[in-house]
Design a protein around this ligand. Structure first.
Ligand SMILES: [Zn+2]
Length: 572
């Protein structure tokens, strides 16, 4: 039994995620976790909310709540939606947890001991009206280049020129609009990534099985221009992990917090401790997943994320781990995704454009979305959601192919043989041919799933469903029955066993429908079909079943048009 640690990029706390976020990390990670569990492997699947930083503070202010209360509320909302989408995390944690605070401070202390932290004095804009330092992007003013009057302190959105806040004409706080700003001296900690460049470079070079997309991004950051830069890991904010050296104070850093990008990936580790603490486990129980000196040396660690997160996962987080000098587990494989676009444009959280996770579940059950999103995962390039394509894919793959197969064979059996697997007859040449095809396709499905080729896995699964339908069409037990009821019984027996086989193979994609298929077949046998032949004899003659309700309803043209209109605008 292999041991597999899986983490999904952690979603930011300020609002409900859209379907593009979902397919970019959490959903394919869930697919992989469910598959590996289905194969009998030991899986630890972790995700969390990313809660620190200025955007959370501002979202809380907008909601009229203290930031800790806002985060607790939004965490509950995100956890509930994740559950309803069938995301099977072993634990869904919070980066604001006490466990992460402790571990983040611990890492900072170790990095400092290793001589990898330096203090830097900087000049930063302070807003007297807001009583706080302003991050560059929260300073607005007129662009000196094009005259656009809402340019941000880091960049002008209009002409794309990179800016310093001091370049802006008539700068003001984007939070309060106040122009009572001054430049103050402040001190920050920098992680000396430049000192670790060769170590990181060698580590990336050792990853010969990583996709070029991933290694090329890491190499670019390592070598372009002056090479890998040191990185500020602290901020002048209230909301975050207080800067400490382990459990000791850090002189001169009072009142400051770690930068959200420093503490967020550490939550991958802290989340396992949260899991242990929440489930009455010991430290040894979670450390065997993360500490190579405590049992994690045989763990395979896989991360899922959008392509924009690759630099942080290939360089910054590994720099934290390697720099600590402690034997923490490093990522073994990293699966990154391109972007999903929405109906001719981009999904946008800030503009409320596209379909959000809560809205999706208001109109259809999770499996419909899971199937479409996974079978159209933006792997080799960006992909696009359109309502036409969604309707077509659901109606064809789920309703016409899979749902129809289940409905036809169970109803036919009930009408001719009753609600039990019929006995008599034997599998002939046609059945052996199907078994050979299924064997070949199941092995291909396993290979694609192992290598996290999400679209190819979906294509193979669809082909497996189609093979059953084609068999049923050509065997035509409703015709056979008239001349040779024994042979029809064998055909129906095979068909009913195929439903169980489909339930097992399809569970990573469509877990609810799979559970309903197993329930209809009145079985708890989720054994993986190592042999298609054996799997098609799993339910013996006489085994009772029930005709299930319609598995997947078709999407009508009226519904499609209605949803198209409803989601054309922006949400409140
Ligand atoms: Zn400009």
């Amino acid at each position: 039994m292999a041991r597999i640690l899986i983490t999904s990029a952690i979603p930011y706390i300020n609002g409900i995620k859209h379907l593009g976020n979902l397919i970019g990390s959490q959903l394919p990670a869930d697919l992989y976790a469910r598959y590996q569990r289905g194969r009998g492997n030991e899986v630890m699947f972790l995700c969390a909310t990313d809660e620190h930083g200025t955007p959370a503070e501002l979202a809380a202010a907008k909601a009229g709540k203290p930031v800790a209360e806002y985060c607790a509320d939004m965490y509950a909302v995100q956890a509930d939606i994740a559950k309803r989408f069938g995301l099977s995390f072993d634990h869904f944690g919070r980066s604001s947890s006490e466990q992460n605070r402790h571990l983040t401070q611990h890492f900072a202390g170790k990095l400092d001991e290793a001589g990898l932290i330096r203090e830097v004095s900087e000049k930063q804009v302070y807003s007297n009206a807001d009583g706080r330092f302003l991050p560059d992007r929260y300073i607005e003013g007129t662009c000196p280049n094009c005259g656009y009057d809402h340019a941000r302190g880091d960049q002008c959105e209009n002409c794309t020129k990179q800016l310093d806040p001091t370049d802006l004409i008539e700068p003001r706080s984007a939070i309060s609009g106040s122009t009572d700003l001054e430049v103050r001296e402040t001190k920050h900690l920098y992680l000396r990534q430049s000192a670790m460049k060769d170590q990181l470079d060698a580590w990336i070079d050792s990853k010969t099985d990583w996709p070029i997309l991933t290694t090329s991004i890491a190499k670019k950051w390592l070598h372009d221009g002056d090479g890998l830069q040191d990185r500020g890991i602290t901020r002048d904010l209230d909301w975050g992990v207080p800067v400490k050296k382990g459990d000791q104070d850090w002189p001169g850093m009072e009142g400051k917090v770690f930068y959200v990008w420093f503490d967020a990936p550490i939550e991958y580790i802290a989340c396992a401790k949260e899991w242990a603490d929440a489930n009455g486990k010991t430290d040894a129980d979670w450390e065997r997943w993360w500490r190579t000196d405590k049992g994690a040396d045989d763990v395979r660690y896989v991360q899922f994320m959008g392509k924009d997160n690759v630099p942080f996962h290939t360089l910054s987080f590994p720099a934290t781990i390697l720099g600590s000098g402690e034997p923490w587990k490093l990522v073994d494989h990293l699966k990154s995704f391109n972007y999903l676009n929405y109906d001719g444009g981009q999904f946008s959280t800030s503009q409320g454009r596209g379909v959000f996770m809560d809205q999706a579940l208001e109109i259809l059950p999770a499996d419909y979305w899971r199937w479409w999103l996974l079978s159209h995962a933006p792997e080799s390039s960006d992909s696009e959601f359109t309502w036409e394509n969604f309707q077509q894919s659901v109606n064809k793959d789920l309703a016409d192919v899979l749902g129809n197969f289940v409905s036809r064979i169970t109803k036919f059996c009930r009408s001719k043989f009753g609600e039990a697997v019929p006995e008599g007859g034997e599998f002939g040449a046609r059945e052996q041919e199907l078994i050979a095809e299924l064997t070949r396709r199941i092995r291909a499905y396993e290979e694609h799933m192992e290598s996290m080729e999400v679209r190819k896995s979906a294509q193979e699964l669809r082909a497996i469903w189609v093979a059953g339908n084609e068999y049923l069409q050509s065997a035509a037990p409703w015709s056979t029955f008239k001349e040779d009821p024994e042979q029809a019984a064998a055909q129906v027996r095979l068909g009913l066993n195929l439903i169980r086989l489909y339930a097992v193979l399809s569970a990573p994609f469509i877990p609810d429908a799979s559970a309903r298929m197993l329930s209809a077949m009145n079985t708890l046998d989720t054994g993986w079909p190592d042999s298609a032949d054996a799997a098609l004899n799993a339910l013996p003659a006489g085994h009772g079943f029930a005709v299930p309700d319609v598995l997947f309803a078709k999407i009508t043209d009226e519904q499609r048009e209605d949803w198209q209109t409803r989601f054309a605008g922006t949400r409140d």
